[in-house]
Design a protein around this ligand. Sequence first.
Ligand code: SF4
Ligand code: SF4
Length: 233
Amino acid sequence: MHIPTPPLDLEHARDASFQAAVASESGQCLASCYQCGMCTAGCAYTPDYDVPVHQVMRLVQLGLREQVLSCRAIWLCASCQACTTRCPNNIDVARVMDVLRHMARRAGHAPEANVKTFADSFLASVARHGRVFEAGLAAVFAIKSGRPMQDAGLGLPMLTRGKLALIPHEPTGNGKAEVAAIFARFNRFADQGAGRHSHDDVQRSGTPKASANTPKARSDTAKDSAPTTEDGQ
Ligand code: SF4
Ligand code: SF4
C-alpha cells in the first residue's frame, strides 16, 4: 500500500547541512545518487514504505531533515542490503537507512513505536544476560507494546517443542563479561558524544569519513545500535 507523503515546503523546511551530516556519519557519498530507482526496485518493503528508499535518498540530498527523520520507512527497513547490492554508484544505501534511523532516534522520532520497543527490549535482554533470553524478550515486548495476549497462543507449543527456555541460557566463561564490556563501551561513547549527537547532526559538516565497511564504521554502527533504555526484564 502506498501512502502519499504530504506536500513539501522547500522554502522553509530545507536544512542545507543535513546531507553533509548524513554523509559524515554514514561514510557514503550521497551526492552521487542519480535517482535511478534500482534500490527501490529491489526493496521488498517498497509496498509498505511511506517514502520509497530512492526518495529517502533524494530528500536527504534536498536537506529535508524533518521529512526524512519522521518517515516510517527508515524504521521498517530490514537492513537486508538488497539496495546496497543493486546501487550502480556503490552507495551503501542500507547503511544510510541505518544512520537515518539512529538520527531519528536521537531527535525523538519513532513513528513505528513497536520497532523501537522491540529493538530496545532485545538489546536490554542481551545486556542483562549476555545473549537474548527469548521468553523474557517476548514477555517484555508483549507488555510494552500493549498487546499482552497477541502471541500467547504460540508460547505453549514452543515450550513443549523445546523452542523456548524458561530460564536464561547465559554464555559461559568470559562471554557475559565481554558482552557487558561492549555495552559499557557504548555508554562511554554515548556520554562523550552527547553534544556531538544532539539535535544538531545538522551542525556537522565535512567530508564523508571512511567507508561503512571499515572496522571503524562497523564499530560505530555497533555502538549506535546499543540500547538507550533499561527494561524491567
Ligand atoms: S536494506 Fe532496507 S531499504 Fe534496503 S532493500 Fe533492504 S529493506 Fe529495503
Ligand atoms: S540505486 Fe543508488 S543511485 Fe540509484 S536511486 Fe538508489 S541510491 Fe540512488
